[in-house]
Design a protein around this ligand. Structure first.
Ligand code: FES
Length: 101
């Protein structure tokens, strides 16, 4: 299991556990986080937008052109923005903090 923490907009944190190979979106939904994931991971909705702890960005594959295009449409996107449906959990992401915008 890979331990990680979600932080809501109001600062409240929720600890969660992930299996290697599952998406961050699935982990967040299981942990009761308000991540709609309306399009089911097709990069068509951005309702799974999250902010990744910058120190973990290097452990993630770079976003695809399609993910970049979708993030361009998110008003509060930052350099650490990613779509949770595109992030596959690995051991490198242990103890990562994921903020919900
Ligand atoms: S679930 Fe729709 S873009 Fe991630």
């Amino acid at each position: 299991m890979i331990a990680l923490t979600f932080q809501a907009r109001d600062g409240k944190t929720t600890d969660a556990e992930a299996q290697p190979g599952e998406t961050l979106l699935r982990v967040g939904q299981r942990a009761g986080q308000p991540m709609e994931g309306t399009c089911g991971g097709q990069m068509a909705c951005a309702t799974c937008h999250v902010l990744i702890d910058p120190q973990y960005l290097d452990y993630l594959p770079a976003p695809s052109a399609e993910e970049e295009d979708m993030l361009d449409l998110v008003p509060d996107a930052t350099r650490s923005s990613r779509l949770a449906c595109q992030i596959i959990m690995t051991e490198h992401l242990r103890d990562m903090l994921v903020r919900l915008p």
